[in-house]
Unconditional design. Structure first.
Length: 273
């Protein structure tokens, strides 16, 4: 018993240490946001100082933060909704009507996530330029949807596989159409999994920076573009950059904390029979 108790405490301490290592950059960013620029670059770093809000004022006043935040909300929600709508019937077909190439399709879809985004930057930029999607919310919504689509299909596929096929067979006997099966049967049964998938997509789309920085300018820039405004030719303004980063990640951190229970429930959907 004593040995088991010691091992449990040791594992708990190890878990706290790992969590602290992951959280330290965020904690340091928050601390730096409350410093002046002189305090932010002081060596050795100042651990005791008088906190100020001047960096937050500089990051929010006259910088268009509200417009950038609105773009992030629209792009995140729009791309997530579009990905779910497209992936839902695709996952249904792969899960309940598999063929010889089902596994190959799933592997191929997942392999597209391994392509470095910079490798597709030039063709995507030229296509967007020719069709008029540069610096538009629609262009970012389409790109974020395409980036998250393989993940959404895989997650919905795994959730659908946990639903007994006998339920759908019984519905077919009663004359229920495929569309009715998806809307009236699968949608309620897989609701926790769909919700967790949507939450992950929103977080990924909110944090996406590569395409937002390279394909937007003044009109459709997200909060990722907002942060880059504090990197000037004269140098990096660490306190203002940290304050801008805090107000950028704060919404998604709060959102993640509020939805944590639903996210865990959805990710463990079907794990315990």
């Amino acid at each position: 018993m004593r040995q088991n108790s010691f091992n449990t405490r040791l594992l708990a301490l190890l878990a706290w240490f790992v969590a602290l290592c992951f959280a330290f950059p965020i904690i340091w960013m928050i601390v730096t946001a409350f410093k002046t620029e002189r305090q932010a670059i002081a060596m050795p770093p100042l651990l005791v100082f008088h906190p100020v809000l001047s960096s937050f004022a500089a990051a929010l006043n006259g910088t268009g933060y509200v417009n950038f935040a609105l773009n992030s909300v629209i792009v995140s929600l729009g791309s997530t909704l579009l990905a779910i709508v497209i992936a839902f019937p695709a996952a249904y077909a792969l899960a309940f009507r598999p063929g010889k190439g089902t596994q190959g399709i799933l592997v191929w879809m997942l392999s597209t996530k391994m392509l470095p985004p910079v490798g597709a930057l030039v063709p995507v930029y030229l296509i967007y330029r020719d069709v008029g999607l540069l610096d538009t919310r629609t262009g970012l919504i389409i790109l974020n949807m395409l980036m998250n689509l393989p993940l959404v299909v895989w997650m919905l596929y795994s959730f659908f596989r946990d639903i007994p096929n006998a339920i759908l067979e019984a519905a077919k006997v009663d004359g229920v159409s495929t569309r009715q099966q998806m809307i009236h049967l699968l949608l309620p049964l897989a609701a926790p999994g769909i919700a967790s998938t949507a939450l992950l997509c929103i977080i990924f789309a909110w944090n996406e920076s590569f395409w937002a920085i390279n394909l937007t300018a003044a009109h459709a820039g997200t909060l990722a573009s907002f942060i880059t405004r504090f990197s000037q030719p004269e140098g990096l303004f660490w306190a203002k950059l940290s304050a801008a980063s805090v107000v950028t990640v704060a919404p998604v951190l709060i959102f993640g904390a509020l939805t944590q229970r639903h996210l865990v429930r959805g990710l463990t959907f079907g794990a315990v029979k």
